[in-house]
Ligand binder design. Structure first.
Ligand code: SF4
Ligand code: SF4
Ligand code: SF4
Length: 370
C-alpha cells in the first residue's frame, strides 16, 4: 500500500492532535465516537497495521473535519486514497439497494450500454443539439428507475431546462452521457472512475460545447476537481451559481412558503457555493428563508454517501436534521439530488415530521411567471 504517499499528499503527518476534527464530525455524538483524530494518530504510529477498514468505510467524506483543521489535514481525501488500496485488496464498503446503482455505474463504464437517457424530455422543453451550453443530466434517470418511491428526480432536470429556457437558453443534452464517476472515485474503484471520466471527456471534447451546467453538486465537483483532460476552454457551472448570476432575468410569482436551505457537502464545503441558492430563493416574492442552526460551512451531511454504509447512524443524522427543519419551516430545500433522496427516504414512517423536502430548481421552476 502506498501509505506514505497518501499521508504526504493529504497533510496527515501535520496533525497535532487538537481534536477539532472529531468535534466537527457528524458521526460523533453521545453514544458513538468516530474520531478522525484517533484514526490519524493510530495510522501515524502503526502504519498499515493501524488501518481499520471498517472505519475507512464509515466516513461520510463530508469535509466537516477538514474545514476546521488548523493543519490543513485533508482527511476525506486521505480516506479516498486508502479506500483505493482497500479495494485492490478486495475490501469494499457495504452497498445500499443491493448495489444496483454501483452495478449501473460499472456497466456505463464498460461503454457498451445502450441507454434511453432522454426519455424524460417532453414537448414543453426546448433543447438544441447545436447549443454550446451543455446541461449535464447526471444519474437522475437511473434514480427514477431505481428509487421512484422517493419521488421523480428527472423533475429536477425538467425544471433545470425550464429555468434555462426562461432566460433564453436552449441547452444541449448528450444522449450518450455516462455517470460522472463521483461514487466510483470516492469508493476506491479508481479504474472504473477513470473509464467514466474518459468516456465523458471524449464525447464532450469533440463537441463544440463551451459551458457545462450541472444540477448535481457531485457531478460539478468531480468535473472541476478530478477530470484532467477536459478541453481547457470549457467553463463549468453549478446551475445555482449560473442562475444566481442572472437573477435579474428571472421573473417569479408570489410564493408564501417558509423554507430552510440544506447546504450539501460538495456544493458548500467542497466548492464554497453558499449564497447563490439563497439569493435565488429570496428572489421569489413572499418566500421566507429561515436558517437552521448549522448552516453554510457548518451544515450537516445528509448522512450517507455514495450509496454506501446506510445504517442507524445515517437515519439518526437525517431524522435530527429533518426535525430541526420541521420546527422552523414548512419545507427543506436542497440543491443536491442525493440529499433529496436520502431525506425523503428518512421521512418514511416519521409521521411526526411536519415538513417536506424539495429540490431548489423544482421550487424555482414552479415559481416562474407563466
Ligand atoms: S483537526 Fe487536524 S490537526 Fe487537529 S486532530 Fe484533527 S486532523 Fe489533527
Ligand atoms: S469527512 Fe465527515 S464523516 Fe468523515 S471524519 Fe470528516 S467529519 Fe467525520
Ligand atoms: S437513506 Fe438513501 S441510501 Fe439509505 S436507504 Fe434511503 S435512499 Fe437508500
Amino acid at each position: 500500500m502506498e501509505l506514505d504517499e497518501a499521508v504526504r499528499d493529504t497533510n496527515v503527518q501535520m496533525c497535532y492532535s487538537c481534536g477539532k476534527c472529531t468535534l466537527a464530525c457528524p458521526l460523533t455524538h453521545d453514544d458513538h465516537i468516530y474520531s478522525p483524530r484517533r484514526i490519524v494518530e493510530t495510522i501515524l504510529a502503526h502504519g498499515e497495521e493501524g488501518i481499520s477498514p471498517a472505519e475507512m468505510w464509515e466516513c461520510l467524506t463530508c469535509n466537516a473535519c477538514s474545514t476546521y483543521c488548523p493543519s490543513d489535514v485533508k482527511f476525506p481525501a486521505f480516506v479516498r486514497e486508502i479506500r483505493g488500496e482497500l479495494v485492490k485488496d478486495g475490501s469494499y464498503g457495504e452497498c445500499s439497494h443491493a448495489g444496483i446503482l454501483h452495478s449501473l455505474m460499472r456497466l456505463m463504464a464498460g461503454g457498451q450500454v445502450k441507454q434511453k437517457r432522454l426519455e424524460w424530455l417532453d414537448d414543453s422543453l426546448e433543447t438544441s443539439p447545436r447549443s454550446n451550453v451543455l446541461l449535464f443530466v447526471g444519474c437522475a434517470p437511473y434514480y427514477d428507475a431505481v428509487l421512484s418511491e422517493h419521488g421523480s428526480h428527472t423533475e429536477t432536470t425538467k425544471s433545470a431546462v425550464k429555468l434555462l429556457n426562461s432566460i433564453g437558453i436552449k441547452p444541449r443534452l448528450l444522449k450518450d452521457e455516462v455517470c460522472c464517476g463521483h461514487d466510483m472515485l470516492w469508493t476506491g474503484e479508481t479504474e472504473t472512475f477513470e473509464d467514466l471520466e474518459r468516456i465523458n471527456t471524449e464525447r464532450i471534447n469533440k463537441s463544440k460545447v463551451k459551458k457545462i451546467i450541472f444540477t448535481c453538486p457531485e457531478c460539478y465537483d468531480t468535473f472541476k476537481e478530478n477530470y484532467k483532460d477536459l478541453r481547457e476552454d470549457i467553463e463549468l457551472h453549478h446551475l445555482a451559481q449560473f442562475l444566481g448570476d442572472r437573477i435579474d432575468d428571472l421573473e417569479f410569482k408570489e410564493n408564501g412558503k417558509k423554507v430552510t436551505f440544506q447546504d450539501s457537502c460538495r456544493l458548500g464545503r467542497f466548492q464554497g457555493i453558499y449564497e447563490p441558492p439563497r439569493d435565488l430563493l429570496l428572489a421569489v416574492p413572499g418566500l421566507e428563508l429561515v436558517e437552521m442552526e448549522d448552516n453554510r460551512k457548518k451544515s450537516v451531511c445528509c448522512g450517507t454517501s455514495c450509496w454506501m454504509n446506510c445504517d442507524q447512524e445515517s437515519k439518526r443524522i437525517q431524522v435530527e436534521r429533518l426535525e430541526e427543519a420541521s420546527t422552523i419551516a414548512d419545507m427543506m430545500i436542497t440543491a443536491c439530488p442525493k440529499c433529496l433522496i436520502h431525506y425523503r427516504c428518512a421521512m418514511d414512517g416519521q409521521s411526526k415530521l411536519d415538513t417536506d423536502v424539495k429540490d431548489l430548481f423544482v421550487m424555482l421552476a414552479e415559481s416562474l411567471e407563466p
